[in-house]
Design a protein around this ligand. Structure first.
Ligand SMILES: [Zn+2]
Length: 454
């Protein structure tokens, strides 16, 4: 019997239902009070996050509970970074308006260029609450603050009007101590050595903003059933400079069976590289086979990663020192992918794919296509043949679009090869038709390049 874990209080909105709707009515912003047909809330689907926890030990189940509590603290810290005190805005709101404020972590619509959707609010400050709201770029540059560009400091203004910085671990001390306490407790209970070590180091990192050792420990954590991405992770919320990291947490349960499938394919990487249909010179580099590719169910998104649409794949850590030393881990979030498949891909396919091919729209094919897209990023060459530097630098602003396009089509090429070898099951039609429908899903993101993980 499968035990279902239903996440209390975290019905998660998984993303846009269809941006065609958004684009048809780009300016039709009906006030929230008049919400019959045009509430922006309609662009989100509500999805319960569930997973099978029957294989978890009693300790692991207790650890999950501690992880939720620590994640809740990250959620509160992100509120402070994105808007201010949550209580000030949610008090007195209800229904869809309250839900929409929670989805956006404030009164600004993340689907509509951060325009305010509540009365009495002006534009969102570009630097969110990482900086004083009246700061200018020029003022910041001239101030030349100590640790001003650090991802882990807040910039504030004193009574005399001068700027100064405060480290996160000082500013948010009490809450971070609580979070660290929860992680330490979880570490004590952990049976997996990798998880135990990571949780302990992560607890310490939250208290001094030095995440390096815990990032390395996270890279070494190969066998744990549970995972927790926690801390200040991405810099997107700082639209002023992109310097400041926002607090975020994912609580994850490994899908052992699907992870085994992924493990198998990582071993084929060198062979797939050799078989690329290009001149030998373009496949000289040997792709690493120690890259970590696993499938998880995400059971809780909190803070930054929970604002607006949800990601379906994680590629971390961001610290380049750790990347050079140990690479990155790629986590496929299977239940979130399934939700996007059901709520976005299938409706798109229903209206755009001919009827006799509707049967070829399959989740397994979608999952594999996304997975091979990720794998394909690791193939090819990273440095140009003339020895002048990296492909990334040579292609400049075209790099991202070409690299994503490469990953898309090379992923499908690998699917084809593995099908021919009999290493992959399913019909070719499933992979190709689902791929096509997937392209329609991705193009909704518009001209700016977006990863498949979105
Ligand atoms: Zn990609």
């Amino acid at each position: 019997m499968k035990t279902k874990l239903v996440i209390l209080g975290s019905l998660t909105c998984i993303g846009l239902l269809s941006s065609c709707q958004v684009q048809k009515n780009p300016t039709a912003r009906i006030p929230m009070e008049n919400k019959q047909d045009h509430s922006p809330f309609q662009y989100y689907a509500t999805v319960p996050l569930t997973t099978d926890i029957s294989h978890l030990s009693e300790n692991e189940k207790t650890i999950l509970g501690l992880m939720f509590k620590a994640a809740d603290i990250m959620d509160d810290l992100f509120w402070q970074q994105a808007y201010g005190a949550k209580i000030d805005i949610v008090d007195g709101l209800q229904g869809e308006t309250l839900n929409y404020v929670k989805i956006n972590y404030g009164p600004w619509d993340r689907l509509d260029n951060e325009k305010p959707f509540l009365p009495n609010f002006g534009a969102k400050p570009a630097g969110a609450m990482f900086y004083p709201t009246d700061i200018t770029k020029d003022e910041f540059e001239k101030a030349n603050l100590k640790d001003g560009k650090s991802p882990y400091t807040l910039v504030k203004r004193n009574r005399e009007g001068q700027l100064y910085t405060v480290p996160y671990h000082v500013n948010y001390k009490n809450q971070l101590q609580n979070a660290a306490g929860l992680l330490s407790k979880a570490s004590e209970l952990a049976e997996d050595a990798g998880l135990k070590n990571y949780l302990l180091l992560r607890a310490a990192a939250l208290l001094n903003d030095d995440f390096y050792a815990s990032d390395l420990a996270w890279m070494d954590m190969k066998n744990s059933n549970l995972d927790l991405v926690i801390g200040p992770i991405e810099n997107y919320e700082d639209q002023l400079f992109g310097y400041k990291s926002a607090y975020s947490a994912y609580v994850l349960v490994k899908d052992v069976e699907w992870s085994k499938r992924l493990e198998k394919f990582v071993k084929y990487l060198p062979e797939l590289q050799r078989n690329l249909p290009v001149d030998a010179a373009y496949k000289k580099e040997v792709p690493g086979t120690d890259s970590d590719l696993n499938a998880y169910d995400v059971v809780y998104y909190a803070g930054d990663c929970n604002a607006a649409g949800k990601t379906i794949a994680i590629n971390l850590p961001n610290d380049e020192r750790v990347q050079l030393e140990k690479g990155t881990r790629r986590l496929q979030l299977k239940n979130a992918m399934k939700a996007k498949f059901d709520k976005i891909l299938v409706p798109i396919a229903t209206s755009l794919i001919v009827e006799e091919q509707q049967k070829n729209i399959q989740f397994d094919a979608f999952f594999s296509n996304v997975m091979f897209h990720e794998v394909a990023h690791g193939l090819g060459i990273k440095n140009t043949l003339d020895g002048k530097g990296s492909v990334r630098d040579a292609l400049k602003e075209a790099y991202s679009a070409l690299e994503e396009g490469k990953a898309d089509i090379l992923g499908l090429y690998m699917v084809n090869q593995l099908l021919n070898k009999g290493e992959l099951t399913g019909s070719k039609e499933d992979y190709f038709v689902t791929f096509l429908a997937g392209i329609f899903r991705s193009v909704r993101f518009g001209g700016s390049v977006t990863k498949v993980g979105d």
